[in-house]
Design a protein around this ligand. Structure first.
Ligand code: ASP
Length: 186
């Protein structure tokens, strides 16, 4: 599907073997084997790390923005649309509330419209972003999904919450504070 789209757009294409890395090949084989034995639980264990890159930012004029990039999920069906390109599901920014970027099991972020849900909880319920994020991620967990979000509000407060074992994350402010973390306890 991606090849066909690239050709239609007049882009140069390379053989698919160009994109194969040993790590991804092993991951795909593992996922396929697990699918076969219907061990979905293990396949989607909270220990799995997701490859998303997301960011949220606030500029000096009070503009909030969010960006999210992903390769989707390993072994996904061709044509699948995840939460990332759906505004309000995996990505959302509103100058009146906050900016949100999500990672995790996209289907559950779509069903709960997580990014917009967090913004709405801040806007209508007047919750702070930590409270709003917790409520929204709890909904994801309740349905059986997992993942996390980074959130930044219009005042520059941030929240980086997740219901997996870890989430690679970092924060930087205009005063020079800089911090990167992986696990909850970091
Ligand atoms: N949220 C992405 C998806 O479901 C996966 C990820 O976190 O990269 O497509």
């Amino acid at each position: 599907g991606a090849d066909q789209f690239a050709i239609e757009q007049g882009l140069d294409t390379v053989d698919n073997s160009y994109f194969i890395t040993e790590r991804r090949r092993t991951q795909l084989l593992k996922n396929k084997t697990l699918s076969q034995i219907k061990n979905k639980k293990k396949l989607l264990s909270p220990d799995s790390k997701f490859g998303t890159v997301g960011c949220v930012a606030l500029d000096k004029n009070g503009n909030l923005s969010a960006g999210t990039s992903t390769g989707g999920r390993s072994n996904k069906k061709w044509g699948r649309v995840g939460d990332v390109p759906i505004i309000g599901a995996g990505n959302y920014a509103n100058n009146n509330t906050c900016a949100i970027s999500a990672t995790g099991w996209g289907e559950f972020f779509i069903r709960n419209v997580v990014a917009y849900d967090i913004s709405c909880l801040v806007e209508y319920k007047k919750l702070n972003i930590k409270e709003a994020t917790k409520i929204s991620l709890d909904k994801v967990k309740k349905l059986g999904g997992s993942g996390g979000v980074i959130v930044l509000d219009k005042f520059g407060n941030y929240a980086m919450e997740f219901n997996t074992k870890g989430m690679y994350r970092g924060v930087k402010d205009s005063k020079g504070n800089f911090k990167v973390s992986i696990f909850k306890s970091d």
